[in-house]
Each structure stands twice: as structure tokens, then as C-alpha cells.
Design a protein around this ligand. Structure first.
Ligand code: GLA
Length: 694
């Protein structure tokens, strides 16, 4: 049934539906209803990339006075001009919403995650919420692209200060910023790039936190060192421009090779696991290229960071950034992040759990509210991912394997989709114009979305039940739940385990809703609710039947993480990785999706690209590698005392708002500063030493 070809999917589908139409009231697939109007959205001020910053030498540089006095004059640090690259990244005044800033104060984040350790490039989570985004700088940068004019849309330089394509488009020469240093003063150069590429991206046993693999940069792509600050990427196909997006967060953010390399399995006796865990959360002052360095960690309480004295970005007046001297990450819950940001005891939140919308809106509407709240477009989406591997990924037992076979059956996925009342599901999170019916695939309202190419299986319990019967599932023991056929898993109840993170109320609520709706169509679903870190481990190793998951950003922007839109490589598609032998067992439509995505990456013609994405959307929503649940907007909540927060910063577009607002450029005006610094006038200490240096 799933072996149809592109373009014929619809026809085959309607035939099979009408053949059974006599037995039951089968509802035909349709297109999704237009999302409810929602116009409480902020507008960015659109500019060119070159309007935001440049790399150049200034006549003089400065830093907080106490740094000069306490650290430079006492010989603990070289003068600021020696710590900066010859040509630092200079933010232009004209693009600063409030102009050059002053030093001081803290941004108090609250997060729901917990750090596993500092080895980001070996796959450890730092607890999310902007921690790793702030610590790791990447070759290019995408967060601020929300304010870039569409005609100039291309990733911004960052650690890579420029690049050029060869005439045949098969070589990209990348120039790194020269003379930038890690937060302990060690030079940042090609050693860090080669260590990241050779020993992480190319090492099949080690995967950086956000999943970079060879496929992220194109199969067969090689990286060649030219000199200490230059490398060439060599590609199999001409002009794979999307690679510039995969040079951004979180795919090409190198770690400090001078610290990590001695522990890496290729250069030590350590196993992969030992390497991964060699930089535990208790280890302080691990060198970074980011604006703040971790100086204190109290489990389940707080992570504190102090300004990086080697940070390589300045303002036009020569002031070394960041303006904010300290960063806090309170280790609490994601729900508490909203509450605290609104109350003013925290400073920042991505309001993304729809359950908190009404209360947050009400409180921040008050005249004396400490924080402002601004909604953006509907870019938060949730999907139900069936595990589509039949190849042994995740080592399924007999029952689990039987569920994978069901997952791989289109009629089964259709039944599940028909069984979901998306309107009720959305309203169970929040009432009002926020949530919209989401059939899956690209988000409505985004550039490549095409409603006519979107197939929607609307809510119909009868249709769902009829399809399940066609699949061969019958309630043989009369307990209300469908059983496997007798020769499969002993004919027991089909009992599907639904992997869900415990860190977010929304994920749990959606899972609860799914369980109830599936019960109505005879499917028994048992939630498996675990911590986010454990969930991610299970999800990457394929140990689940179904999972409820917040959508990745590529379903919003398409042009970033593009290879991950389909199984273009052994570990690119959520829900279908290769087995231990590297084999993928793609269904025909999955292969078609991969072909379309590869054609999209290879194309530089906007019209062709738009057409390819229509085909993609049709393949996606017809076949449902993931079953869409709901989509809704998010709001940025930020304390009113901060300056230089760009207008219309969405919480999640090319990156999370923690990156979009350019935190190193954010400041608090002198008369608005508050007294939250735990370590005033202190700087990070030596790598591995306890706490900051006073
Ligand atoms: C988590 C949060 C998001 C955002 C990201 C940043 O996923 O839910 O709102 O803060 O971390 O990595």
C-alpha cells in the first residue's frame, strides 16, 4: 500500500477509501482549515546582514574599569587589545536598538533542564534554555536572521568571518577570524576545527549534542586545512548552499581542542563514554568562545557565569562585549520560567507552553508589569512520531517489532491521524485563537508552506476504526482494545508505549490527550514519561514505539538543517535511523522524500525549490512520517530593564530567542541596574579550578 509513486498517492488512497465506503462512513482526506487569525505579532526592523556588524580594527578598546584595575594592572591578564583579535567583530551602532551600552547587571534565566556535563561536542546536554547557545559559538550564525531582508537571507559570519565558492561550486573556502582566543587565552584556530570535524563529525560513535553527522554536510564532503585560519570544504555536488546553515548552531560549534583532545578515545585510553563524561557539571571554568564562562554550579539550584575576558566582539566605541557581567540559570522548571519572568524574579522566557498563555498575558498587561510580552508567528508545533524502522534500530523485542510493522503501514498511520481530534487537543492546552489544526509537515504561514499541497485526515472515529479493521486488528478478547492477529506477539493487546519528556507540561498534556483519543479507536497507548535527558537518549537509540515531540526548526524555515527533513543519511530523520550495521530500510515514499530534499539542496532556482517543497509537503502529509498534532505561536517575555532587545524577535525561528536577541549586545541602563551579581568584579578562573578568580 505504501509503495506508490510520487503524484499517485492521492489516487491510490481514494480508491482504497471508496472501496470500503460501503461498510462504514469513511471520511475523505481534505486540506486543513485555515488557521484562526492571530495578529498580536511584533514586526522586526528589516536590515541587510552587513548592517549588523563588520570585522575591523578600531583605534582603541576598553573594558570594565575593574577588569583593568584588578586583573590587567596586577599582571593577571594581558591588556584588552592583546586579548582581542586584530580585527574583532564590531557591532554597528546604527543597528543597535538603543545604541552602545554600559557594563553591569545580570540576565537571570530560569530553566527546566539539567546539565549532563560540558562536553557538548560529544553529545552532552547543558540543560538547554540558552546555556549551550551562549557557551558555544559557531562558524556561522542564524538567530538574528529574523531581521534580515529576505533578498539577503544567508547565514551571518561568526567564527567564520568570510567564505567564497570555487567557480564549479564544489569547493567552499572558509576564513576563520584570526587571533581570537578561548576564554583561557588559548588561540582559536584550525586545530579546533579539525578536532571537531575529524574526531566528532566523522566519528560514527560520537555525535555532538544537536546531531551533526557527515550527512549534515553532505555525503562525501571532506574538509581540508589550508593554513591555521583557512579550510576548504570539498563537495560532491555544486553549490550546496545549505551547508552554510549547518555551519551555524548547533552543527558546527567547535569545542576547545586543547582541553578536550587529551581525553578523546583517539588520543587516550578512554572509551567513548569516558570521554563524554570527562567534563562533569561540577568542573568549572571550562574554556569557551562564548561571552560568559561557567564559574559556579549548585545542583538543582543555579549555574552562574561571568564575563569572558577574551571575548572577541566589541561595539563601535571599542568597548569589549558582553555588556552584562554575569549570567544566571536557575535550575527549576520550564513552567516556572514563565511565572518568574512575568513576576520579575526572572528576566527571560520563551513562552511556549500554551497552558501558560492566559495567565502570562493577564499579568503582563498590567501597567506596572516588570516584563514585556510579545507574541510571534505560529512556530511552535507538536507531532506524534511513530518509530518507522523495521531494521532492528533500538533492538525491539517481538512485540515492539510488531508495532514497528504497524507503524510502517500507511493505513495504520492514517487511522491514528483520523483518530485525533486536533481541535479538542489544541483547546485542551489553551482556548482562544492560539492553537491551529496541524496536519503535519511544514507550518502554515511559513515561506514554503502551500495549503493545496497539504493533505489532512480529519477527525473521524469511524474512519479510524474501519482502517484499523482493514489492517487486521480485532478486539479478540473483548476488553475494548484491539489485539494483534494470533500469529503475532501471541495475539496480545496492541499496547503502544508513547515516549514523552517529563520536563514540559505541554508534552505531558498532549500525550494524555492522545492516550484518551486512541482508546476511543481501540488502541491501547501507555505513556513512558521520562526526564528530557533520558528521553533524548532513548530517542537517539531508537528505543521507543511512538513519541510526542516538539517540532524541529526545519519544519518552519526549511533552509536550515535541511538534510534532516528526510532520511537523507543514516541518522538524519527523526523516527528512522539506520541499524547498527548502517542499514536503512526506507519505504518507497521515504526514499522519495529524501530524493526531493536532496534535489532541493542541489537547486539554486527559487521557483524549482518552491515546487520541490510542495512535493515534499504532499509526500509528508499524505504519508505522515510524523502525525501532526497542534501548532501555535510563542511569546518572548523579557524584563523591561534590558536595552538593545531587537523588535519582533521570535522565540523560535532560525534559532531560539536566546540567540536571536544577541545577548552579548544587550545591556541595562545605569539607572535601571539591579543588584543581582553574585560575584561582582570577578572573572573566570583557570580551566578546572573552583569558582571565579577575584
Ligand atoms: C529549551 C526551551 C526553549 C529554549 C531552548 C534553548 O528547549 O524549551 O524555549 O530555551 O531550550 O536551547
Amino acid at each position: 500500500m505504501y509503495t506508490f509513486l510520487r503524484g499517485t498517492a492521492y489516487a491510490v488512497l481514494s480508491i482504497s477509501v471508496s472501496a470500503t465506503a460501503l461498510q462504514a462512513q469513511m471520511v475523505e482526506p481534505t486540506t486543513p482549515p485555515p488557521p484562526p487569525a492571530f495578529d498580536a505579532q511584533g514586526e522586526p526592523v528589516f536590515v541587510k546582514r552587513s548592517d549588523v556588524f563588520e570585522y575591523r580594527a578600531l583605534d582603541s578598546y576598553s573594558e570594565p574599569e575593574w577588569v583593568t584595575k584588578k586583573f590587567v594592572e596586577t599582571g593577571k591578564l594581558p591588556p584588552v587589545e592583546e586579548r582581542l583579535p586584530a580585527e574583532p567583530l564590531v557591532y554597528k551602532t546604527a543597528n543597535m536598538p538603543d545604541g552602545p551600552g554600559v557594563y553591569g547587571d545580570v540576565m537571570r534565566h530560569v530553566i527546566g533542564g539539567r546539565p549532563e556535563g560540558w562536553n557538548y561536542i560529544a553529545g552532552q546536554s547543558q540543560g538547554w534554555g540558552g546555556i549551550d547557545i551562549g557557551l558555544s559559538e559557531c562558524l556561522t550564525r542564524t538567530g538574528p536572521l529574523f531581521m534580515i531582508e529576505p533578498e539577503d537571507l544567508e547565514p551571518m559570519p561568526n567564527l567564520a568571518k568570510s567564505w567564497e565558492w570555487s567557480e564549479d561550486g564544489k569547493t567552499l573556502t572558509v576564513h576563520l577570524i584570526e587571533g581570537a582566543k578561548w576564554s583561557d587565552g588559548d588561540p582559536f584556530d584550525m586545530d579546533d576545527i579539525e578536532f571537531y570535524w575529524n574526531d566528532h563529525v566523522l566519528n560514527p560513535d560520537i555525535t555532538p549534542l544537536n546531531g551533526a553527522t557527515q550527512a549534515s554536510f553532505g555525503e562525501g564532503t571532506t574538509l581540508e586545512r589550508v593554513d591555521d585560519y583557512t579550510f576548504n570544504f570539498h563537495f560532491q555536488t555544486p553549490f550546496p548552499e545549505q551547508v552554510l546553515y549547518n555551519m551555524a548552531y548547533g552543527n558546527f560549534c567547535p569545542g576547545p581542542s586543547h582541553i578536550l583532545k587529551p581525553e578523546h578515545p583517539s588520543y587516550s585510553d578512554n572509551t567513548v563514554e569516558e570521554y563524554k563524561n570527562a567534563f562533569p557539571p561540577e568542573m568549572m571554568n571550562v574554556p569557551v568562545m562564548g561571552a560568559w564562562v561557567t564559574v559556579e554550579y549548585r545542583p538543582d539550584d543555579i549555574i552562574i557565569m561571568r564575563r569572558n575576558p577574551y571575548y572577541w566582539k566589541v561595539d563601535e566605541t571599542g568597548k569589549q562585549l558582553p555588556y552584562l557581567d554575569e549570567m544566571h540559570y536557575r535550575l527549576s522548571t520550564w513552567g516556572d520560567r514563565d511565572v518568574q519572568a512575568v513576576a520579575g524574579t526572572g528576566d527571560f522566557s520563551n513562552l511556549e507552553q500554551a497552558e501558560n498563555f492566559v495567565e502570562s498575558l493577564r499579568s503582563s498587561a498590567r501597567e506596572d508589569a516588570p516584563a514585556k510580552l510579545e507574541f510571534g508567528p505560529r512556530i511552535i508545533g507538536y507531532s506524534l512520531y511513530p518509530n518507522l524502522s523495521g531494521n532492528g534500530w533500538g533492538q525491539p523485542d517481538e512485540r515492539e517489532q510488531a508495532i514497528r510493522e504497524l507503524n510502517r503501514n500507511l493505513k495504520f498511520r492514517q487511522a491514528v491521524s483520523y483518530g485525533i481530534d486536533r481541535e479538542r487537543l489544541g483547546n485542551s492546552l489553551v482556548k482562544g485563537p492560539f492553537t491551529a489544526i496541524y496536519p503535519g509537515g511544514l507550518h502554515a504561514g511559513t515561506s514554503y508552506y502551500d495549503a493545496d499541497s497539504t493533505v489532512y485526515y480529519p477527525y473521524s472515529v469511524e474512519t479510524a476504526k474501519a482502517l484499523l479493521a482493514e489492517v487486521g486488528l480485532v478486539d479478540t478478547d473483548g476488553n475494548g482494545f484491539l489485539n494483534f492477529p494470533e500469529d503475532t506477539a501471541g495475539g496480545v493487546d496492541v499496547n503502544i508505549s508513547l515516549l514523552t519528556t517529563s520536563d514540559y507540561a505541554t508534552d505531558k498534556n498532549l500525550t494524555e490527550g492522545i492516550v484518551a483519543m486512541m482508546e476511543d479507536i481501540g488502541l491501547k497507548v501507555t505513556p513512558n514519561i521520562v526526564s528530557n535527558n533520558d528521553r533524548d537518549a532513548l530517542r537517539r537509540s531508537g528505543e521507543y514505539d511512538w513519541q510526542t515531540l516538539r517540532n524541529p526548526p526545519n519544519l518552519v524555515t526549511v533552509i536550515q538543517n535541511t538534510p534532516q527533513l528526510a532520511p537523507t543519511g543514516p541518522q538524519t530523520a527523526e523516527g528512522h535511523y539506520a541499524n547498527a550495521d548502517g542499514e536503512l530500510d526506507l519505504l518507497l515514499w521515504e526514499q522519495e522524500m529524501a530524493d526531493v530534499v536532496n534535489a532541493f539542496i542541489a537547486s539554486r532556482d527559487p521557483v524549482e525549490r518552491a515546487e520541490l517543497m510542495k512535493t515534499y509537503q504532499k509526500l509528508y502529509t499524505t504519508n505522515m512520517p510524523a502525525i501532526g498534532l497542534t501548532q501555535y505561536p510563542g511569546a518572548l517575555i523579557i524584563n523591561k530593564r534590558f536595552s538593545n532587545v531587537p523588535a519582533g524577535a521570535p522565540i523560535f525561528m532560525f534559532n531560539w530567542a536566546e540567540d536571536n536577541i544577541i545577548r552579548e549586545r544587550v545591556y541595562v541602563a545605569e539607572d535601571a541596574q539591579q543588584d543581582h551579581q553574585v560575584y561582582p568584579e570577578a572573572l573566570p578562573g583557570a580551566p578546572g579550578s573552583d569558582g571565579p578568580m577575584e
